[in-house]
Design a protein around this ligand. Sequence first.
Ligand code: FAD
Length: 510
Amino acid sequence: MGAPLNIVIVGGGTAGWMTAAGLSLACPPQLATITLIESDDIGTIGVGEASIPSIAHFNSLLRIDEREFMAKTRATFKLGIEFVGWGGEGQSYMHPFGSFGTNFDLAAFHHYWLRLKQMGEGGDILDYNLSAVLSRQGRFAPPSPDKNSPLSSVVYAYHFDAGLYARYLRSYAEARGARRLEGMITQVGQNSETGYIEGVTLKDGRVIAGDFFIDCSGFRGLLIEGALKAGFEDWSHLLPCDRAVAVPSENPAQLTPYTRATARKAGWQWRIPLQHRTGNGLVYSSSHMSDDEAAQTLLSSLEGKALADPRPIRFLTGRRKSAWVKNCAAVGLSAGFLEPLESTSIHLIQKGVSKLIQCLPRQATAGGAFAPHLMDHFNRETRHEYEDVRDFLMLHYKANARDGAFWRYCREQDISDRLKARMDLFRESGRIFTGETELFRDPSWLSVMLGQGIFPQDYDPLADRMTIDDIRQNLAHISRTYLRSAAQAPRHEDFLQQHFGKPNIATEIV
Ligand code: FAD
């Protein structure tokens, strides 16, 4: 075994501390030393509140206790996202977590439902998804240990404060040997021959040397772009929102166990309930809406009193052409950004951290090269992850049924061949084929395609193997069982109060 790899993480936002936590668990000191540099003067992006179920996997890898995580990050539970007005004013649908119904036979569940729909029966597809049924009733229960209970299959994520999560993970990583340095990096030193990063210089003159650098410096991409010129693939013509304005507000009496995404004139508004406050924000296209109008739209539609002034945020949608260049890998906003419509950024950080752990290089060889195949793998996977999310987000915009210049632009924009083929296939035959490694699988595509108004002309002929009476009975049984089971779960706010008490807003961080 050679000398330990000297890893330097630049940035102490959610990405930096998730990376430090993951690496500090995976790498004993004889394998790697971990230093994280962050600047209080620069600060973090300060938003990020909704997640998807994979976050529980990350926390369990770190052996983080769920109750402690929820208490520290003021988390609530999330069963999906309600989309309001995307299919036109007055319409709403849900993208719930988990699957629909059960697989009776050879065809996927929704084909039996489509067969009933052709006869004007079958109700709403959401009647057959437990998360959606719980959400409608405002209820939540963790998965029941009784495997015979439908509640054993509850799939959930969290709403939480990503800033508090970073703070929590900081103590986790420091307890496992990660070193934190406070200071602003003013210079990046590179080897004059190889271009490899050798060290970074702080404002006070300290030089921090390293073997491998992880750029978690946020949108600025201090190392990956500033020093290594990785290049940026701009996707703003595909996803035209480029700004957001965010404001916290007081909680209403009832805390929905889901995120709400309400379509607005030139973008959409999020509403995310935490234990002690509600996070709100409007994501919009600056070509179609002014900053003042965005702030006004947001403030005039809050459900509780604003707890701070609205905060503007600018962003550029796209990804670094290479997330790993020479001896530096980017994780978090420095690797790329896709708007938060499906709450995917923290998940992409998590993927970045697990890929880094899988691809951890040894000490650089005398020639300075890290294994190029590790780098290629990391870059290829990262590209697929970002493209998959991009296409899924574009579906929401492409298949909208709203009036106005922004929404017309979104309907008319070009989409990838893969997305077009997927929409056409579903429209023609009700079929969905997603790959094993895709983040959003068949149930997610089903919810959003149906919700956005793409209704199949046909269903899988294999659904004809069951008699129509059996289909009727089976579906009625599922929806009845889900309704009955959901009614046994406590209301979301009652569950939270029972486990975490009533938070005192005056003493909380907003
Ligand atoms: P940052 O938080 O920007 O951290 C950058 C770090 O680098 C800071 O510590 C800073 O001090 C440091 N730094 C920078 N330059 C220097 C320097 N020169 N010297 C020293 N240190 C430096 N994600 C979700 O999963 N769910 C959501 O609901 C969600 N909502 C979002 C809403 C909006 C409007 C936006 C813009 C993003 C949202 N995200 C969401 C994304 C999420 O906020 C980020 O992915 C996450 O916070 C990670 O940010 P980061 O750590 O990469 O960058």
